[in-house]
Design a binder for this molecule. Sequence first.
Ligand SMILES: NC(=O)C1=CN([C@@H]2O[C@H](COP(=O)(O)OP(=O)(O)OC[C@H]3O[C@@H](n4cnc5c(N)ncnc54)[C@H](O)[C@@H]3O)[C@@H](O)[C@H]2O)C=CC1
Ligand SMILES: O=C([O-])CC(=O)C(=O)O
Length: 329
Amino acid sequence: MTRTPVNVTVTGAAGQIGYALLFRIASGHLLGSDVPVKLRLLEIPQGMKAAEGTAMELDDCAFPLLRGIDIFDDPNQGFEGANVALLVGARPRTKGMERGDLLSANGGIFKPQGKAINDHAADDIKVLVVGNPANTNALIAQAAAPDVPAERFTAMTRLDHNRAISQLAAKTGAAVSDIKRLTIWGNHSATQYPDIFHAEIAGKNAAEVVSDEAWLADTFIPTVAKRGAAIIEARGASSAASAANAAIDHVHTWVNGTAAGDWTSMGIPSDGSYGVPEGIISSFPVTTKDGAYEIVQGLDINEFSRARIDASVQELVEERDAVRELGLI
Ligand SMILES: NC(=O)C1=CN([C@@H]2O[C@H](COP(=O)(O)OP(=O)(O)OC[C@H]3O[C@@H](n4cnc5c(N)ncnc54)[C@H](O)[C@@H]3O)[C@@H](O)[C@H]2O)C=CC1
Ligand SMILES: O=C([O-])CC(=O)C(=O)O
């Protein structure tokens, strides 16, 4: 049976994450090795030529699953019929830029993109926002798309999740594949909280295996939370291949489901669970099945975790209030 190709829109297609992402989407890693895809690349006019170059390289790979590539600089066309949208292109913080300026510049990108998704995407659209500040950009896009169910707008904290698993594996000598049920709570920023109290290492409680609260507070949490800055310092450019890999993981898990007994972390509109104010886009532990996700309920949150979750959520509330003040939501 021939499947209908899935339309995948990628914004910021000519950027560094785009370059690491598009080839993996086209080779079947995003949705599955039997799912044909059509790529719709969205760039700003200055990025169109480079996007065309990337499209030429995609052609040259002769990927059997790739059924077409179109390039646009108009969001209304870029999101036409999109089933999956990866919002990667964003305005980076530049020297001397205040937070309000950054939110305002990104509002100018994510508000019209949200409206274009509302008006032109397919009914089953799933959106992942990668471009920073990812959680609040996702909120801006979601608010501009009232006809799309709010839960289809998500923000990427999977890179933080993967970083935390890797750090925990290195500390304990465990295999990455033995680590389950790790959680990133809150914002994709330095306030995020990587939680190992419910995580398991080969079936044993991770916090008990580590049994070192000083390492947790002074090494693990800051290493994970500031990893993006450490990569920039070392590479002279921000994480690109690992960010693209995490975007692939996020959508693949959303579409294809979490493994039995495990969960993942996604930035999603809060339903009020765990005292996170309803509506803000915060990272939670989630299971996924049949293309939908659910927040893992009933976890005991100890004092150590509560203070850190609250601090990150407070930052998200402040970002929400700032974009509300700017008329962006
Ligand atoms: N959530 C996460 O874990 C991570 C997020 N990021 C963020 O991802 C974003 C992209 O990173 P890079 O690819 O390294 O940046 P980049 O600067 O290499 O590429 C960004 C691309 O977006 C394009 N662009 C800008 N405005 C656009 C618009 N309105 N429509 C379509 N395209 C537009 C630019 O022309 C450029 O080609 C940044 O905001 C970065 O901070 C990066 C790593 C991890
Ligand atoms: O700050 C950046 O652009 C990179 C980033 O989000 C990360 O690596 O986590």
